[in-house]
Design a protein around this ligand. Structure first.
Ligand SMILES: Nc1ncnc2c1ncn2[C@@H]1O[C@H](COP(=O)(O)OP(=O)(O)OP(=O)(O)O)[C@@H](O)[C@H]1O
Length: 233
């Protein structure tokens, strides 16, 4: 079992501090939900995990190895995959080509799309030759998750996968996350604003407010009113 250990990180954009002493852990076989309003630093936390934004202080390790100084590409090779906010599908590439962009961190023998991915998101199999830009928002979200899964991650981080998605597809995505959790070989960090959905899927949670983690713990000890206080505007 591997652990993502984030220890007291600070992150700045120029002079503006977006993260203040943020600590978080996530473990294999578990979903860790990170909740919070717009602009409290959730995406910045994920950028720090992926190495797309440097941290000024603190440390991040995955599976006992410090990620400090590693480029995003090297983190992907260590099994960390990212489903960005807004999905970032390549609109002019086909669904198949979008999936194949996930091959780059893989050794040659693993450069194929596992059937399991089409079992999770059958719509993608029917649309392999369609352009990414022609898919609905929900289909693009499924494609973004599938593309991340193509890299065979051991740590999957998702940034607001329900944002702007219709309820039936939110359910499908929830089922996929629950399935991946149940397989027991992946740690999942789920950034969300949709409280009930993130609560139902998670084992542990953290709530962020103004760049800090203000509440965290196991789901069993989650007090809804306390969490909601930090989610309402
Ligand atoms: N590239 C950037 N340059 C300057 N400031 C930024 C940049 N990206 C984010 N910020 C600021 O950092 C703070 C945290 O933003 P962040 O995107 O991490 O929050 P968030 O909780 O993910 O919000 P959202 O749900 O809207 O994505 C905000 O005040 C935001 O304005």
């Amino acid at each position: 079992m591997a652990t993502l250990a984030i220890d007291s990180i600070d992150l700045y954009y120029g002079a503006a501090q977006a993260l203040r002493g943020v600590s978080l852990t996530a473990e294999t076989g578990k979903v860790t939900s990170v909740l919070g309003r717009n602009g409290v630093g959730k995406t910045s936390l994920l950028r720090a995990i992926m190495g797309v934004q440097p941290v000024a202080r603190g440390a991040i390790s995955w599976d006992g190895r410090d990620l400090g100084g590693l480029a995003p590409y090297d983190r992907a090779r260590r099994g960390i995959a990212y489903v960005p906010q807004g999905r970032e599908i390549f609109p002019l590439l086909t669904v198949r080509e979008n999936l194949e962009t996930g091959f780059s961190p893989l050794p040659r023998g693993q450069r194929f799309v596992p059937d399991e991915i089409y079992d999770l998101f059958p719509v993608l199999k029917d649309m392999l030759n369609r352009r990414g830009g022609d898919l609905s928002g929900g289909q693009q979200q499924q494609l973004a998750i599938a593309r991340a899964l193509v890299t065979r991650p051991s740590l999957l981080v998702l940034d607001e996968p329900t944002e702007g998605i219709q309820p039936s597809i939110i359910k499908e995505i929830g089922r996929a996350i629950a399935y991946l959790r149940g397989k027991g070989d992946m740690a999942i960090v789920l950034v969300e604003q949709y409280f009930e959905w993130a609560r139902d899927l998670c084992d542990s949670y953290a709530v962020m407010d103004r760049g800090q983690v203000v509440l965290a713990g196991d789901k069993a000890h989650m007090v809804e009113a306390d969490v909601r206080r930090h989610l309402s505007v």
